[in-house]
Design a protein around this ligand. Structure first.
Ligand code: TXE
Length: 482
């Protein structure tokens, strides 16, 4: 399948001859081609978005909310397509693609439809005047998304952006473009006004950088790697674009002796290995209180070793393949670094066993056993740098203070989890961590009204709920003297 850009309400071939293969991570085989769009394709998409903006921005909140609901309904009718394309494109288990990717993509449109429908400006009264605050569209937005949760993250940006009256140009990851294409099919089918949502395919250095540096783009919402985020910020800065950066993470799961051990083992395992550890929120450094360290590790390793790894299209599969050969290589490099740093494998670290248990079709895929490493210092590279794969490190701590100090010992600050039956302690420890989101006795339990985002190398700004509505709008205050 050869994909096309979607510009001004039409699927269009890109200008130029360059293509990139889209490879299925579970098999290592090509199954589609994505266009490498040129600067002139990016120009056309931005022009179409600019042309459509004033009429679209002039609709009422409830009219735009109505469109979001229409898109949600149509997307929902393609639920199974979303799940199977996402599983094939990313290598994730089909059960996960259904429960997380397909569900949330639909939910994002419905949630923002409801928020926007009920969104009102504010009034601040003075003794002799009234202030009326209104929220207006920013203009044309560039929405750049990564490969780990393709439609989940794209819909998380498109829905509030167009809901608040902006028009957008999307640039999905070149590695996982299939469900972005599906969203364009949905938008085309429901007849959203041309130019409101446009899509250009391409790589980061080409279409991506051209889009974020374009002088006619007013805002940039980016989710991806920290080093790319720095480039995006630098190219957006000269034009003072509104910018939101959701970047990487190196999050701690802090396990106290008074936790419910079975539930904690299950929750910490999910935080470590969901989506093969390729979620910025994953808890990849596990800090365990000294007195239960051995008991926890024994139960944790048993549960990790029982995970079923293999064909993503099978309902019972729990761990799929990593996104690409390049990424697998990077993750394995960290495994060698761990050995050099004095770490020992509590499980995993060696992929031979997996390869021999896979069917022949899957032999060319990018597989790796879930790996748990002990014996490393909390300030070692493997414990502080984002690996973004099925590799976690385990560390001991004695006191609350020590746990917080270890958790804060990275340049990232996105998420974290605390496991204890003492909820006061859980909240106290959560508040001690320099981060954007902490869960107590759970992980990735999301209320879409809450702020999402991090500090330090994890990014700038928050999205979610009213934070998304604030980011995707400009406020105007009108002060009227009585
Ligand atoms: O991300 P990139 P990649 C982390 C993770 C991973 C690393 C690299 O550590 O190993 O990032 O992954 C586009 N201007 N995360 O290579 O390169 C690119 O085309 C504009 C964390 O996929 O950051 C894609 O659409 N755009 C993350 C998007 O940016 C550019 C999830 C992300 O690509 C660009 C995924 C440029 N100069 C990876 N260069 C999370 N926080 O969830 C690239 N792009």
């Amino acid at each position: 399948m050869d994909l096309m850009n979607y510009i001004d309400g039409n699927f269009q071939a890109h200008t130029g001859e360059q293509w990139l293969d889209v490879v299925e991570p579970a098999t290592g085989k090509q199954f589609a081609r994505v266009p490498l769009s040129s600067p002139s394709d990016v120009d056309s998409a931005i022009l179409a978005a600019r042309k459509a903006q004033s009429e679209w921005g002039g609709l009422s909140h409830s009219e735009r909310a109505g469109w979001l609901d229409i898109i949600a309904d149509e997307l929902e009718s393609r639920y199974e397509d979303i799940a199977s394309l996402e599983s094939r494109d990313t290598g994730k288990p089909i059960s996960l693609a259904r429960a997380v990717d397909a569900n949330r993509s639909v939910a994002n449109f419905r949630f923002f439809a409801e928020m926007i429908r009920t969104h009102r400006g504010e009034v601040f009264e003075m003794a002799d005047a009234d202030n009326f605050v209104t929220y207006r569209p920013v203009g044309v937005g560039a929405l750049i998304t990564p490969w780990n949760l393709p439609l989940y993250l794209l819909s998380w940006k498109v829905a509030p952006a167009i809901g608040m009256g902006n028009t957008v140009v999307c640039k999905p990851s070149e590695m996982t473009p299939m469900t972005a294409n599906l969203l364009m099919e949905v938008i085309d089918k429901v007849g959203l006004p041309p130019g409101v949502v446009n899509l250009v395919h391409g790589d980061g250095g080409g279409a991506g950088s051209c889009l974020v540096s374009h002088s006619d783009v007013d805002l940039v919402s980016f989710t991806g790697g920290t080093s790319t985020g720095a480039k995006v910020a630098a190219s957006a800065a000269p034009h003072f674009k509104k910018i939101s950066l959701e970047l990487g993470g190196k999050n701690s799961s802090i396990v106290f002796a008074d936790c419910d051990l079975n539930k904690t083992i299950e929750g910490v395992g999910r935080a470590a290995f969901l989506n093969q550890g390729q979620i910025c929120l994953c808890g990849s450094r596990i800090l365990v209180q000294d007195s239960i360290y051995d008991e926890f590790v024994e139960g944790f390793i048993d549960s990790v070793e029982s995970l079923k790894i293999g064909d993503p299209s099978e309902d019972s599969t729990q761990l799929g393949a990593l996104i690409s050969s390049g990424h697998l290589k990077k993750v394995k490099e960290y495994v060698s670094i761990a050995k050099d740093e004095g770490g020992h494998f509590l499980t995993g670290g060696d992929d031979m066993e997996i390869q021999s248990s896979l069917s022949r079709d899957l032999e060319g895929g990018y597989w790796m056993a879930p790996t748990v490493i002990g014996g490393l210092s909390p300030d070692s590279r493997c414990s502080t740098e984002e690996i973004f794969g099925p590799v976690v490190t385990v560390h001991r701590f004695k006191t609350e203070e020590e746990a917080i100090e270890i958790a804060n010992g990275t340049r990232y600050g996105l998420a974290g989890s605390v496991w204890t039956e003492d909820l006061e302690k859980g909240i106290r420890v959560a508040e001690g961590i320099r981060t954007g989101m902490v869960w107590v006795n759970t992980w990735l339990h999301r209320d879409l009204r809450t702020p999402f985002g991090g500090v330090g190398d994890s990014g700038v700004g928050r999205e979610g709920g009213r934070w998304s509505l604030g980011f995707f709008s400009e406020t105007l205050n009108v002060c009227v003297k009585r």
